[in-house]
Structures are given as C-alpha cells and as structure tokens.
Design a protein. Structure first.
Length: 626
C-alpha cells in the first residue's frame, strides 16, 4: 500500500517535534529562573549558620536507611519531585556521617546529652548499627547521658535505642521485635499465565537466586540454608540487646501465644507490656520528656529543651571538603556497594569498569600505600566481578596490600571481588559465601501467537540472531540449552578454582562450602572463607600494618559529582533547607501501597541491572532480610 499523502505524516512529526522542543525549553527556563532565585536568596538572606547553645542536647533524628555509600540521584529531578508533592524515595544516611557527628559531640562540652529520635530510621544491618552504637558508648563513657524517646520502636530502631541510659515510650506507644525472615516473591504461576518460558542454567544445590522464577515457594534446600544464618543473626541481636538491657535472652516473645499471654496481663496496653517486659524504662508524655531534658540542658525560646539536630550539627562539625595532606601516606578506602553490573555505574551500584577505575587510581597514586575495599554487595555480573578482581591483583603486584572489609553482605559476586585480596575481614553478622553462578533467560515464543505476532526469516547459520535476541521470540533449541549449561558449569569451576587459589584451599574443599550456600561471617571464619572478624576500622589498621605505616591518613576514593551536578545539588539543598521549595508528604494509604509494591519493583529493577555480556551471574537473592 502506497501512502498518497506522505507530506501530512512529515508535518505531523514536525508538529510533535516542535511541541517537544517547546516543552523542553520551558522546563529548562523555569529551572534556570529557579536557580537564579535560589542564588539570590542565598546571597541576601544573611548569615544563617547554625548556632549550638552553650548547653544542649544533640538530637540524633536519623531519616532513612543506613548505608556505606549513598546512591546517586539526580538533584534536579529529586527537587522537582518533592516540590510537586512527592517524597524522597528511600532516603539514605551515611554511617560515616553519623560516626563523625557522634565523635564531635563526645568532645564538645556544649553537648550535654544525646536524644535518640529514631522514628524515621529505616533499614540498617547489625554491623552498621553496632558501629554507631560503639560511638554512643563512647559518648556515655565521657560522662554524658543518652535518652531514647518515641511513640513506636521497630526492630532496627529498638536495637539503637538499647544503647540509651533510658528508653521512654509515649502512653499509646509500642515496641515490635519480630525476628528476621527472608520472604522473596515468587513468579512461576504468573509467568505461566503470561505464557513466558523461563530457562535457568545454574550450579549449586543452594543457589536459590533463580527460584522465584521456577517455583511458587522456597525449596527445602534454600530453607535449610536460610534458616541457619537467620537464626544466627537473631541470636546475635537478642544476646546484644539482652546484655545492654539487663534481662534474660528468653525475654523475647517469638510466638503469638507468648505475646498474647503477656498482653493479657497488661490488659491489651502495648506500652505497659513494653514496661513489664523491661523493653522500656518509662511511659512519658512529650511534655514530660521535654521537662526532663530542660532540667538537664536548659530551655529555649520555643519552650523546648536546648537542642541541635543531627543535620544542623553535621553542618558545623563535618567539613564540606576534607583536607588532603599531600605529605602523609594514605590508606585508600574504596566502597563497593550495591549490585555488580557490567560497565560503569553511578554510586549505589558497582560498575565493573568504574570500580576498577577507582582501584586503578589508587594503584597510580604514589602516596597510597595500601587499600581497603569495603564490600556491601549481594553480587551480580560474573564478568564485571572478574574485571574488578583483575585490578585487585594488579594492586598487589604493585606492592600495595589490599584488605577486603565485608559489611552487611558480601556474597556471590561480593565474595568474588573479595577473594583476591591479601586478607578478608568480616563482621560476625556479615552474610557471605553463596559461591555459585547461574544464567537466566525468559522467552516468549508461546506469547507471540496469542498476540498475532511472528518472527521469521533466514540466516547463514543456526547461531544467526542469537546476540540480537532472536531466542526471545523463537525459544531455545535443546542444543542451545546444553551449550549454556556447559558455560555455567565452566564458570562455576573457575569460581571454585579462583577461591581455592586465593584461600589456599583445594577445589574440592571449596566446593564443600560453596554450592551457592550462604554463611554468616562468624561461620565463614570457621570454614576458612575469611581471615579475621572485625570492623572497618580494624581492617584499615590491618592494611596500614601490612604496608608498614605508623603515620597515615585514610583517603576515600569515590566517584565525584561533576562541577555542575555539585552546584545544583548544593543550591537545591540550600533551597530545601530554607523551606523555599514546597514539601510533599504521603498519607498512610500511599505509604502502604508503596510498601506493598516495593518488592515487585526491586525484583524488576534487579532484572534490568542484569547486563553481564555472557549472561552469567553470581548473585544472592536470599541475602535480603525482612
């Protein structure tokens, strides 16, 4: 069929393109004007520096998830989203910032008390919270009091609250300690209804990363492995909290019946139950709590106790740019946080090329004498993991020791990039191991006829169209499946061999503790998968000792924002802090919907990040706990 009026179509496309260009110009102009206004108001608004009262309490009001490295976000998009009524998506708090603030407050004679306001604290692994808790203990050792006050404590919030001298709860408050669980979402039936075929190639009895696409429930092998490390984490949580609170470890209610019986005694009053169980020390109204703090630090003009918030105190205690003394030797710190992907990645993910570039920067820096790589990753691309591992080997060949410091999780690909280092340090509660690999491919050959679609043609060989995605529409031939499985098995043998070579273990011995099984850091030490148990600070000291350093600085080598990104971030951050941008807030229904769809979104984002050029992955899906 011949189009008798091609000019009409061209004019239509010109019109659409013109409308798009006009819309883009308007948006850019509005942003430019907004930035000019922000700059002007920043210049003429006067000196708004934070002043700390002569006697004050530091309010540790942490908002968001505790992380080793903040993920990259577009500052303009974030500001626009919030100004239009949205909320910042999964805000994050740097553990290092919290540590620096607490260290400064410990030495600051103006700060007489610490108030733990943890209502907005999100996720945080035990190792991260314990690092903060150690600084709270140092604050207390300086003769200063610590108070926790809230209307509700979830499990993470209560863990930090347990470091306080006194935990208070509002009259209608509650404490919920539910234990740990791993509950992935399973898609087998949904994929079958959509007529999508799932092709999985894996090695390892316990490699359960692909189970959500093959089953409707967790396999017995996965349950066996998962419950072991989950029980270990929960036992560690209970032991630490019980010791700090001075009650027995069996004080934790782990069944509905046990909780019901204690609530019956408290006549259904959750706050009284918390007092009876020794979880909190007192029930106080906000006014009563304010008066208690006023008696310690004094009263301000708003009839509240003298205080400074975490963010404000950070502004006056953490310099915007750390001074780098060019004369001292360095231990470089490189954070590897997130899913491992091929190529380059922004902060919050581990790009094979971009992370290798950071390691290479440390290798060519004459003042860097040792490197600590802080690993907080469930893995990802096997190809990208090996790119990073190769750069670690080059660092060692250059005579610079490399220490892997495992955070909350360093499993699968996270273990792959740790293995070639001189020494591996893990936290007792680190989730590690999961040595195994898999390949995953979905094909839609059964969907095509339903949609009235078909793909057909000719090629010079059976392989023609393979890299172009032809199997997506035509399915996989039996020989192709055998080929992919062969590649996966070869990849697994290479993984075992690499680990064995670096851990001085035979391939057979590695295989016994591999098979995709997950271990805690404490168990991994017993099995020979890690060398020492300790914190990030312990790993830094070990790296310095290996390099023979007595006087050194720790130099963070990370991805930097471009000058324009930095300027926009600072300007919009100032505008938000001053209240010049409208703030949005979600209601209860919106927050619930966001929570319900979070798991689904995470799974599809993860699939989108799977970009290994060979389609081979080393990833631990069960390493995320609920």
């Amino acid at each position: 069929m011949v189009d008798k009026n091609p000019g009409l179509i061209r004019r239509l496309f010109r019109l659409i393109a013109g409308l798009y260009r006009g819309f883009r110009a308007v948006v850019l102009n509005v942003l430019f004007i907004a930035l000019v206004v922000v700059i002007g108001m920043s210049i003429f608004s006067g000196d708004d520096k934070v002043e700390v009262p002569p006697t004050a309490a530091l309010v540790l009001n942490l908002k968001g998830d505790l992380v080793e490295e903040k993920r990259w976000t577009d500052p303009v998009a974030t500001a626009l989203n919030e100004s239009l009524g949205g909320e910042e998506e999964a805000p994050e708090v740097l553990v290092s910032d919290v540590v620096k603030v607490l260290q400064a407050a410990t030495k600051d004679n103006r700060i007489q008390a610490l108030v733990l306001d943890l209502a907005a604290l999100g996720r945080g692994s035990l190792d991260k919270m314990q690092r903060i808790g150690n600084e709270i203990d140092s604050f207390k050792a300086a003769g200063k009091k610590v108070f926790a006050y809230s209307g509700y404590y979830n499990q993470n919030q209560y863990y930090l609250a347990s470091y306080a001298d006194e935990i208070s709860l509002t009259p209608m408050g509650a404490v919920l300690l539910e234990g740990y669980g791993a509950y992935p979402m399973y898609y087998k039936n949904a994929l079958e209804k959509l007529k999508i075929n799932t092709h999985v190639f894996r090695v390892g009895t316990y490699k359960s990363a692909v189970e959500p696409f093959l089953r409707n429930d967790m396999s017995d092998a996965a349950k066996e492995a998962n419950i072991e490390w989950l029980n270990a984490l929960w036992a560690d949580y209970k032991q630490q909290v019980a010791q700090r609170r001075g009650f027995a470890i069996d004080n934790f209610d782990e069944t509905y019946q046990a909780l019901l019986e204690k609530l019956q005694v408290a006549e259904g009053d959750l706050s009284q139950y918390a007092v009876n169980a020794g979880l909190v020390d007192a029930i106080k109204t906000p006014e009563a709590f304010r008066k208690d703090l006023i008696a310690i630090v004094g009263e301000n003009d708003d009839h509240n106790y003298n205080h400074v918030t975490f963010a404000d105190y950070a502004d006056v205690t953490i310099p915007a740019q750390q001074f780098d003394n060019p004369m001292t030797d360095k231990v470089a710190l490189i954070v590897a946080r997130g899913v491992i992907v091929d190529g380059s990645a922004k902060a919050g993910a581990i790009g094979g090329d971009s992370t290798a570039a950071l390691l290479r920067k440390a290798r060519h820096d004459d003042k860097v004498k040792a490197v600590v790589m802080r690993v907080d990753s469930p893995g990802g691309s096997a190809y990208a993991s090996e790119v990073i591992a190769q750069e670690i080997r080059l660092l060692r060949e250059a005579g610079k020791p490399v220490i892997a410091s495992m955070g909350s999780v360093a499993a699968s690909g996270g273990y792959w990039i740790s293995a070639p280092t001189n020494e591996i340090w893990a936290e007792p509660t680190t989730i590690t191991g999961s040595i195994g690999i898999f390949g995953l491919l979905h094909t839609a050959e059964n969907v095509m006829p339903t949609l009235g679609l078909n793909v057909d043609g000719v090629g010079t060989s059976e392989l023609a169209g393979l890299s172009g995605g032809l199997p997506l529409f035509k399915g996989l031939q039996p020989a192709a499946k055998d080929l992919f499985q062969l590649l996966i098995e070869r990849g697994y043998r290479e993984f075992l061999s690499m680990v064995g070579e670096n851990r001085n273990m035979s391939t057979a011995d590695v295989d016994k503790v591999a098979q995709g099984r997950v271990w805690t850091g404490a168990k991994a030490l017993e099995l020979g998968l890690v060398d020492k148990l300790g914190s990030l600070d312990d790993a830094v000291k070990a790296a310095a000792d290996k390099a023979g350093l007595n006087n050194y600085d720790v130099k963070l080598i990370g991805q930097e924002l471009s000058p324009s990104e930095q300027m926009i971030k600072e300007l919009l951050g100032e505008a938000k802090a001053q209240g010049w941008l409208p703030q949005g807030s979600a209601n209860a229904e919106q927050r619930l919907l966001r929570k319900l769809t979070s798991q689904l979104k995470q799974d599809f984002v993860l699939l989108n990040q799977f970009n290994d050029p060979n389609g081979i992955y080393s990833y631990c899906v069960s390493c995320s706990i609920n």
